[in-house]
Design a binder for this molecule. Structure first.
Ligand code: CA
Length: 232
């Protein structure tokens, strides 16, 4: 049950020197690494090999990284994508996030920083339970996890990505008491250290969106000294 499958990372980048260094570091961390030096080839391999995470450069021969990301998302692949951008590509990183990249890192970057991001995304992906649907309705609330929206009583609210992650986790553990530590670990990841008060603040904001009366919650309950429990 707990046997450890090596996670596979596909690097799509044409700068061989950069890739060589990265490959070594990632292999050291126990990842299986694939490399495509061309956008089109990268897209093909991403779709065929379904890696656990993709590191995607923007400037690529064949097909640029933005196009690769866009096609990847259209063809469903729900794989975390970290884009590499040069300083001069500030605009592109915004576009990158819009077309579905999960993160970006600006060159030159520290390998440690990239590793931390990779771990955070893989962890997030793992905790993202397959059982959570793209939309979820309870009471008079409709949550759209894909577009980060909540509708309640005819009103629509935007959700932040943290709120989405918190809600997904709570929903996936419906009826269970979820500790603040679990939320810290699963939602924020190991490299961030928010206080438990930060979590409580996010829960308060979430309640304002999904609860009819946030002071008397009917969906996200506080369990004194323990954490939270979601009920639909
Ligand atoms: Ca490049």
């Amino acid at each position: 049950m707990n046997e450890k499958k090596r996670e596979k990372i596909l690097i799509i980048e044409d700068e061989a020197d950069l890739v060589k260094g990265l490959e070594l570091n990632l292999a050291d961390e126990g990842y299986e690494v694939g490399w495509a030096a061309d956008g089109r080839e990268g897209l093909r391999r991403a779709l065929e090999e379904a890696p656990d995470l993709i590191i995607l450069d923007i400037m690529l021969p064949g097909m640029n990284g933005l196009e690769v990301c866009r096609e990847l998302r259209q063809k469903k692949a729900n794989i975390p994508v970290i884009m590499l951008t040069a300083k001069s590509e500030e605009v592109d990183k915004v576009v990158g996030l819009e077309i579905g990249a999960d993160d970006y890192i600006t060159k030159p970057f520290s390998v440690r920083e990239l590793l931390a991001r990779i771990k955070a995304h893989l962890r997030r992906e793992k905790m993202e339970p397959r059982t959570v649907p793209r939309t979820f309705a309870f009471g008079d609330v409709e949550v759209d996890f894909v577009h980060f929206k909540v509708k309640r009583a005819g009103r629509e609210f935007d959700l932040t990505s943290l709120e989405v992650d918190i809600l997904k986790y709570l929903v996936a553990h419906k009826g269970e008491v979820v500790s603040r530590e679990a939320l810290l670990d699963k939602v924020w990841g190991y490299d961030k250290f928010p206080t438990t008060r930060t979590i409580d603040n996010h829960i308060l904001k979430l309640r304002k969106k999904i609860e009819e009366d946030p002071s008397r919650p009917r969906h996200i309950f506080s369990i004194y000294g323990e954490g939270y429990r979601f009920m639909d």
